[in-house]
Ligand binder design. Sequence first.
Ligand SMILES: Nc1ncnc2c1ncn2[C@@H]1O[C@H](COP(=O)(O)OP(=O)(O)OP(=O)(O)O)[C@@H](O)[C@H]1O
Length: 281
Amino acid sequence: MSSVTTRSHQPGAALDTPVLDVQELSKSYRSRKGDVPAVRSIEFAVHAGQFVSVVGPSGCGKTTLMMCIAGLLPISGGAVMFRGERMSGPRDGVAVVFQDYSRSLFPWLTVEKNVALPLRDRGLPRAEIGHRVRESLEMVGLAHAAALHPWQLSGGMQQRVAIARGLAVRPEMLIMDEPFASVDAQTRASLEDLLLKVWAETGTTVLFVTHDIDEAVYLSDRVVVLSQGPSVVVADLPVTLDRPRDQIATKQTALFGELREHVYSLVMASQRRTSLSGEPS
Ligand SMILES: Nc1ncnc2c1ncn2[C@@H]1O[C@H](COP(=O)(O)OP(=O)(O)OP(=O)(O)O)[C@@H](O)[C@H]1O
């Protein structure tokens, strides 16, 4: 059993201080023709322990937004506040998991060494590194694979290693950018459930980007819907489905159907408005 401190998750509880407060964030990329805006004026907050997903039309700026929030890209305007402090670069309390596990894991390092990497960077003592690596590999069910190399694992297992690496730093917030987009549907469902289990065990705040509206509704406490790029927030919807969730029972509820339809219609409406006017609304 994992020795991680277990915090029982109560959606709606301890929601006073936002862990993350995104204030009028804008980001433009430089091009030869001048600045090209990718996100316009994004505003939302995420409170401690919440699971919040961000969805939007393809190319609307989801990855750009996540990179800005993680402190990996400089912002053009507004502010990203983490626990009330303005973020100006990567922070120890924030871990990021990307879609492409094959590029984020080092093939020449064992699973154990991949997970240990950010802990070595932070200069943690050896014994503490060993403890945390074992703990996070246990959380994702990969304790037995510690001595293997990424290329000896399936895609789903490699993404579990990437998640373990994020968890090993015991982040206050885990940012995930389409983490399950490169695996098959069955693996995706089991990774979603694994993530919900780890989230409930650790109480980590999760900010999750996905193309998949069903996935966003299934996992989240809230779904933030972005417009076509340069994006703004068009809706911030609470998801009041009971927890723990179940791939079959939850998705059969009337509420799940209503929520997915609502989010889907918002995304489609935003796409339609853009293609009719040529301008994002
Ligand atoms: N490094 C860059 N330089 C210039 N423009 C960029 C850069 N990265 C992204 N863009 C542009 O910014 C806009 C938003 O891209 P981004 O990848 O953030 O969107 P996305 O919503 O994550 O896309 P997808 O849904 O396809 O994953 C796009 O028009 C894209 O072409």
